[in-house]
Design a protein around this ligand. Sequence first.
Ligand code: ZN
Length: 202
Amino acid sequence: MNDRPNSSEAVLEELMAGNARYVDGSMQSSNPPAARDALASGQAPMAAMIRCADSRVAPEIVFDQPLGSLFVCGVAGNIPTPEIIASLEYAIAVLDTTLIVVMGHSSCGAVSAALEHRGDSNALPGGLPALVDQIIDPCTADADPSVPGVLDAAIACNARQGIGAIMEGSDLIAAAVEAGGVRIVAGVQDLASGHFHLLSDD
Ligand SMILES: [Zn+2]
C-alpha cells in the first residue's frame, strides 16, 4: 500500500499501462487472501474516479488495479453530483490522492438519453430528467443526431465537462489543482476494444 506512485503524472502513467495490459489480456493484478490484512488496516488509493454506473465499466478491471488502488465513485452518466464531489474531496484531502479521472464510455445510455430527449427530458421516467438535464445542457441541447459520431462527441463532451464541474463545485479541489499537487483528467473507455482514450486538457 505504501508503494503507490506519488505524482499525478506517475499515477496516470500506471493507469494507462494497466489499461494497455487489460486491452491485450496480460493483466497482472490480483486480490489474494493474503492482501486483506493490509487492506483492512487502511487505504491509500492512487487515483479517484467518477465512473458511469454502467455494468460494463469497472475501473479496477479496465486499469488492471487491485483493491485499495482506486477510489471509485459511480453514477449514471459519470456526472459530478454534490455527493460525488464531496467523496472526491475526501480522497484528495484525507487520503492524499493526486489524480482524479472522469471516466466516460462508449455506448453510454445516459448520454444517449440526453441526445434522444434533448427537447423533452420530462418524458423520461422518475428522477431521470434531473440527471439527464445535466448532460443535455452543456453537451446535447444543440446536437444534430443525423451527424455521424454525434453520440461519441457528446460522450467526450460530457467527460470533459466533468473537469469544470468539479473545479466549480469544490474550492478544496480547485485549490489543490491550482497549487499543482492534484490533476484532473477525463477520458473515454471504448467498450469494444477496452482502450481508455485520454481526452486532451483543452
Ligand atoms: Zn454510461
